[in-house]
Structures are given as structure tokens and as C-alpha cells.
Write a protein of this length. Structure first.
Length: 107
């Protein structure tokens, strides 16, 4: 892969595991425009071993973000693994409250 392609791949929105796979971080937008791609990419990753997903670098969201996070929580429950969302932006917490899922997402 070329250096330019590495930079482009790094700039793509999505979940990224840390070095030892204990935690995921999310950077970029999470909207209906990319939710399917983001969810498919997350499905190819092992869930974080420490069960933590950091959302403090989410830049833009819509209701699709709530759907993606609910799908991840469902996957974790199906696999018998804990999954805790941290650094939830106020905009995402507001949407979770609007849809009545703030307790599920921990918002």
C-alpha cells in the first residue's frame, strides 16, 4: 500500500482497535451515508477485549449512529461480552434519549 493510500485509509471514519485490541475508538462522522460500511467493517473486528468503545472523536451523527451502536451492543450481548460506550457526545446522548435507548447505550 502506498503512503498516500495509508493516509487516506487512516482518514476514513470508523472504529479502530488500539494496539492490543482492548479498546476501540471511533473517529469521523457516523451518519446514514456511511453507517452500513462502518457496521460491516466493525463486524470484521473482534470486539474490544476490555469492552470499551470511545466515541469522543465522533464528529457528526444522525439517527443511523444510534442504530449502529445498538447493533454493536446486540452483537456483544449475543457473544456474551460486555460493551461500554464512553465519551458519548451530547448530540448522540440527545438522540438516544429521544428514541428511549439512553439506558441501553449508557448515554
Amino acid at each position: 500500500m502506498s503512503a498516500a493510500r495509508d493516509v487516506q485509509a487512516a482518514a476514513e471514519p470508523g472504529f479502530a482497535p488500539d494496539g492490543d485490541g482492548a479498546r476501540w475508538t471511533y473517529a469521523g462522522e457516523l451518519t446514514s451515508a456511511n453507517a452500513g460500511t462502518v457496521l460491516a467493517a466493525a463486524g470484521a473486528l473482534k470486539l474490544p477485549s476490555a469492552g470499551e468503545v470511545d466515541l469522543r472523536n465522533v464528529e457528526g451523527i444522525d439517527s443511523a449512529a444510534v442504530a449502529v451502536l445498538l447493533a454493536l451492543k446486540r452483537r456483544a450481548a449475543d457473544e456474551g461480552r460486555p460493551l461500554r460506550l464512553v465519551g458519548i457526545p451530547a448530540s448522540l446522548a440527545s438522540l438516544a434519549q429521544l428514541y428511549g435507548v439512553e439506558e441501553i447505550l449508557g448515554a
